[in-house]
Design a protein around this ligand. Structure first.
Ligand code: HEM
Length: 560
């Protein structure tokens, strides 16, 4: 056996991601590395790593074949407006909130120089927290170029567009002025984490967090920077726990880990119950989370999105996006890392429930609601949208370009156990091979390609890669919750009930325990500093505070 976790091993296997997929040093280190006591670690340390063949080459080839099956057969050449059967009841904005959260947890704001000079700080800086370091960077003293006046953020150039005929006003992120098409130079965003400019949607979401901070600062002129930052962080943590998690994790699993959610109380009265994510010294990033469970979000990505009345639907990217944001010609995809075209302001009601929009009609291409509707995330299932079969160079620099293959290979190289072994360790029913289905969970038989063992790879019998297992589990979730969850989407044509697969006994448990464990172990989170804290009442109209309320407040910041 070769040493699959050494950096050399990964390079030899040809998987060396950048940008959002940028691998921090942690996951590529051998298991014995002292850094596993730091930021990266394992929840199920005692379980054996899963292999998928008699030798490494066989395992790699089996995973490559499975990865090919886990991407949808070619969707329509161009994304289309209107409902489709792969949609869940989760508004599309949550896909990019998910990506944004990933960048918050996995970002390391310490410079390499600092790391060399201060090895102790390495461990501290690398601790994952819900602290928005992807927004704040190292703060106004250390990175003053992110800030306007030491208290508020700089914003970028004006963006425009229209929504149902009404003018939209927004701003791009602040950017450098290095753009030069002939020298292949890009106008890079000057933000706390460059990965939040990977695509036009996460980029504009980052912009909204800057504006949320700026508006809180404007509405509370006597607050210091630190007071504003604290309020932003607590509202964000509230959304993560009370809005994001219940959207993606099965209710019974979530309530076991965070009983205060089901009981309508708070974490002081009903503290989190952490059975598997145990912290010995300090909070850490579990590989079962970052390399398997939390990659569920890849299946929520749609092939494309409409941004406003005039722009879209555009593909999230195409293989031709060779970092080509630096062209003079019209942009054809939503790939980021460069100045956003001026007419590309996002109409956020197309991404989240700001206002009820028409539902549209998939049988009538001319139905005007198709162009006006709120777009929904794709279902969490064992199928990725077609553009993820071939990631552009601006996103990854080496093969394989297929994101499903990358996820499967990464999990194997980092010696993750099988899904079945993790299910047994958790003490829940193990999925039968015949129930590990690969395809779209639309409820239509023709959208399922088969069970994992029907593709001719006996290595997957009772031995499913953890990422694939967690996605397959969303069909049934737990032994007792086998009926599809229906989520209500309010539209101007009435409520629509949409089947919405959710993370279950294994995937939901890993995600919920990791989130709860990080918040619990962070002495600056609201779980610890103010467990009875609730969001400001004037930021919401129904007593709840959700991502839509943060967005609505940020949008009304008087930008002109
Ligand atoms: C257009 C959207 C997205 C693209 C193009 C994308 C692409 C990638 C790539 C290329 C990797 C590295 C794969 C590897 O080599 O191991 C990665 C890693 C990862 N992705 Fe995504 N991703 C997207 C959205 C999301 C979403 C919505 C989530 C979660 C809700 C997510 C969670 C993760 C996690 C946890 C990792 C591993 C940690 C990291 O490197 O940040 N991604 N993604």
């Amino acid at each position: 056996m070769t040493d699959r976790v050494s950096p050399e091993g990964i390079a030899r296997n040809g998987v060396m991601p950048r940008v959002h997929g940028h691998v921090s040093r942690g996951p590529t280190l051998p298991r014995s590395s002292p850094l596993f006591a730091g930021r990266f670690g394992r929840i199920f340390r005692a379980l054996p790593p899963a292999d998928f063949g008699p030798n490494d080459d066989c395992s790699r080839e089996a995973l490559m074949r499975l990865g090919t099956k886990m991407v949808a057969d070619r969707d329509p050449e161009e994304p289309e407006d209107g409902p489709d059967a792969e949609e869940s009841g989760i508004p599309a904005a949550y896909t990019y909130l998910g990506q944004f959260i990933d960048h918050d947890l996995t970002f390391d704001p310490a410079s390499s120089l600092q790391r060399q000079n201060d090895p102790e700080a390495l461990v501290n800086f690398r601790t994952p927290r819900f602290d928005l370091d992807n927004v704040y960077g190292r703060g106004p003293d250390d990175q003053p170029y992110l800030y306007k006046d030491g208290r508020t953020f700089l914003l970028g150039k004006r963006l425009s567009g229209s929504a149902l005929g009404q003018a939209l006003v927004a701003r791009d992120l602040p950017r450098n002025s290095a753009k030069d098409v002939h020298k292949n130079l890009h106008a890079r965003a000057i933000i706390g984490d460059p990965r939040n400019d990977e695509n036009v949607i996460v980029s504009q979401l980052q912009g909204l967090f800057l504006r949320f901070h700026n508006r809180l600062a404007a509405d509370n002129p006597d607050w210091t920077f630190l007071e504003v930052q604290r309020a932003v962080r607590l509202h964000y943590q509230w959304i993560v726990v009370n809005d994001f998690l219940p959207r993606i994790v099965s209710e019974s699993v979530l309530n076991e880990v965070l009983p205060h959610l089901g009981n309508g109380t708070n974490v002081r009265k009903d503290p989190p119950k952490l059975t598997f994510y145990t912290v010995r010294n300090q909070i850490f990033m579990p590989l079962e989370f970052s390399v398997a469970a939390y990659r569920f979000g890849h299946s929520m990505v749609r092939p494309g999105y409409r941004l406003n009345d005039d722009i879209g639907p555009l593909s999230i990217f195409t293989p031709m996006d060779v970092g080509d944001a630096a062209t003079d010609g019209p942009r054809r995809t939503l790939v980021g890392f460069d100045q956003i075209p001026s007419g590309w302001a996002i109409d956020w009601a197309r991404f989240i429930e700001l206002k009820a929009r028409p539902y549209g009609d998939s049988n009538d291409k001319r139905n005007p609601g198709n162009r006006q509707r709120m777009q929904l995330a794709y279902k969490i299932d064992t199928s990725l949208a077609d553009p993820l079969r071939s990631l552009p160079q601006s996103v990854v620099s080496d093969p394989p370009l297929n994101l499903a293959q990358r996820n499967l290979l990464r999990g194997w190289m980092l010696r993750l156990p099988s899904g079945q072994d993790v299910a047994r360790a958790i003490g829940v029913d193990v999925l039968d091979d015949k129930d590990i289905l690969i395809g779209k969970f639309t409820g239509k038989n023709e959208d399922i390609k088969g069970s994992i063992t029907e593709f001719g790879d006996p290595e997957f019998q009772r031995n499913c890669p953890l990422w694939a297992y967690i996605l397959a589990e969303t069909r049934t979730r737990t032994k007792t919750e086998t009926e599809p969850v229906l989520r209500t989407v309010k539209t101007s044509n009435g409520d629509k009930q949409i089947p919405t697969p959710l993370l279950g006994a294994v995937g939901g448990r890993i995600v919920a325990e990791t989130f709860a464990g990080i918040l619990n172990g962070d002495n600056t989170s609201y779980f610890n500093v103010d467990p009875l804290w609730t969001p400001f009442s004037d930021l919401t109209d129904d007593g709840q505070f959700r991502l839509k309320d943060l967005i609505a407040y940020a949008l009304e910041d008087g930008l002109t």
